[in-house]
Design a protein around this ligand. Structure first.
Ligand SMILES: [Fe+2]
Ligand SMILES: [Fe+2]
Length: 471
């Protein structure tokens, strides 16, 4: 049975919040702090209202409403996927036992940490993207930006609900901290590196939603497997919203490639800079950057923490249920990327300690599907150029390759050679300045900036020239 959300309450929810007055009061006192954070760290472009999707239900059909809403009145709510009363833990030493409805004491600290790290990324991306409204290439894109922003806000609510409902005073303190850390802050930065990088332009935004948000999808996929049932159900519903964020990134880059290809053919040149667009080599550099910092989010190739999380039943593998093994992995081995005798290679480790690499490989093959898609646009246009994912050793700050430099093709370099050549592989000041110079707002209905093609489809069956945002 789908549980319909209660919208008569201050905090829309499908968790019967009114039955737990203490919890309800605690969350209602966090709510104004959240709204203050949204006002001071959220989108800076003033708007009247935006055509937004709001989650209202978790059932298979009709889980969301679309309508014009003033963003500050958006109904951020708490939604968990339907409960399966028979659900059992699918992996680790508790495999086969009923899923936990409460936090097991021995795993309390670890679970809290996992939730805080996930929770920290959600408001971070809103902060990173807060100035993008001022340079949106169309009202359609502006609306999508705001949709992603409000849903990341809702994901923060999702994690804060778990902290408040299951982790007592410490959980409430962590919920406060989630509003106090800020992306890029010197005193209290966000926990993970990629979430302290700027998102200064729309090319970065699309690369971020393609590569960095996709890391989020994979992390949520592992938490969806968790033996802690409320976490599992929360993540299951978040993944539903996440699909739109993936779409924004994938089609955003599609449309940039399309426009670039169009101008390359029209002017018979590879360098479309003078024609107000983004050349393929600059696209490749942005891709290299966002992909490599997103790989860092998966942590080290080997990790005993992650092995422990798996054994304890806290965090599973991507698509755990579809894996054809014993789901305990105590006797298995796994090949991970490694530096072997000074060269980029692989090494065999215990499968449990290699789980970060396992997840990263799933992610990499998903990333490749986007690259294939963009390359199809190039090949269909009869162009020989291709985009590609750089080597896992390229531009890494975390893990086995953090201490070396490598080309995107995976050849090792010494530090001085890297300094001399990195401008060919990562965005230079000249590239960034050019990209930023293209970022002039187009806020007129049905119009689009010159560096990107219009989308094939609008939102929720509306046309591209629909009034998605009223300024
Ligand atoms: Fe999210
Ligand atoms: Fe997202």
């Amino acid at each position: 049975m789908a549980t319909t959300a209660d919208y008569t309450e201050k905090i829309p929810n499908n968790v019967d919040l009114h039955e737990d007055r203490r919890l309800q009061r605690a969350l209602e006192s966090w709510q104004p702090n959240f709204l203050n954070w949204w006002e001071s760290m959220g989108p800076t472009l003033p708007t009247q209202d935006v055509y937004l999707r709001t989650a209202v239900n978790v059932g298979r059909e009709g889980w969301a409403n679309f309508g014009h809403v003033a963003m500050k009145d958006y109904r951020w709510g708490i939604f968990l996927a339907e409960r399966d009363g028979d659900r059992r833990i699918g992996f680790g030493q508790h495999k086969g036992e009923p899923a936990w409805q409460k936090v097991p004491g021995e795993y309390r600290a670890d679970l809290q940490r996992l939730i805080v790290i996930q929770g920290d990324t959600e408001p971070a991306s809103v902060e990173q993207q807060r100035n993008l409204g001022a340079t949106a290439p169309s009202l359609y894109d502006l609306r999508n930006l705001f949709q992603v922003n409000v849903e990341e806000g809702r994901h923060l609510w999702a994690m804060v609900y778990l902290l408040h409902a299951y982790f007592g005073r410490e959980g409430r303190e962590e919920a406060e901290e989630l509003l106090h850390r800020n992306s890029g802050s010197d005193e209290s930065p966000r926990i993970l590196g990629a979430f302290n990088e700027e998102t200064p332009d729309w090319l970065s935004f699309f690369m971020f939603t393609y590569f960095t948000d996709r890391d989020g999808k994979y992390q949520l996929g592992t938490l969806k497997e968790s033996g802690f049932d409320p976490l599992s159900r929360t993540c299951e519903f978040m993944l539903k919203e996440e699909a739109h964020h993936m779409m924004v990134g994938t089609t955003g880059i599609d449309r940039i490639v399309e426009r670039t290809v169009q101008l390359m053919k029209e002017h018979d040149t590879d360098d479309v800079t003078a024609h107000g667009a983004i050349s393929l080599d600059v696209l490749q550099k942005y891709l290299n950057f966002h992909y490599s910092v997103s790989l860092d989010l998966f942590g080290s190739e080997t990790s005993s923490n992650v092995a422990n999380y798996y054994t304890a039943g806290l965090k599973g593998r991507w698509m755990e249920g579809r894996r054809k093994d014993d789901h305990r992995l105590t006797d298995d081995a796994f090949m991970v990327d490694a530096l072997v005798e000074g060269s980029i290679s692989q090494a065999e480790v215990a499968a449990l300690t290699g789980l970060n690499t396992d997840l990263r490989r799933e992610y990499v093959s998903d990333c490749q599907s986007g690259v294939n898609r963009w390359n199809r646009i190039l090949s269909e246009a009869g162009l020989p150029q291709r985009l590609y994912l750089p080597s896992v050793a390229f531009n890494r700050k975390v893990g086995a390759f953090a201490g070396i430099e490598a080309t995107p093709r995976g050849e090792m370099l010494d530090a001085s050679e890297w300094d001399g050549r990195k401008g060919a592989w990562l965005p230079t000041e000249v590239d960034k300045t050019h990209v930023r110079s293209l970022m002039r707002p187009v806020h007129e209905r049905g119009k689009i900036a010159g560096w990107i093609a219009p989308p094939r489809n609008g939102i929720n069956g509306r046309s591209f020239d629909y009034e998605y945002v009223r300024l």
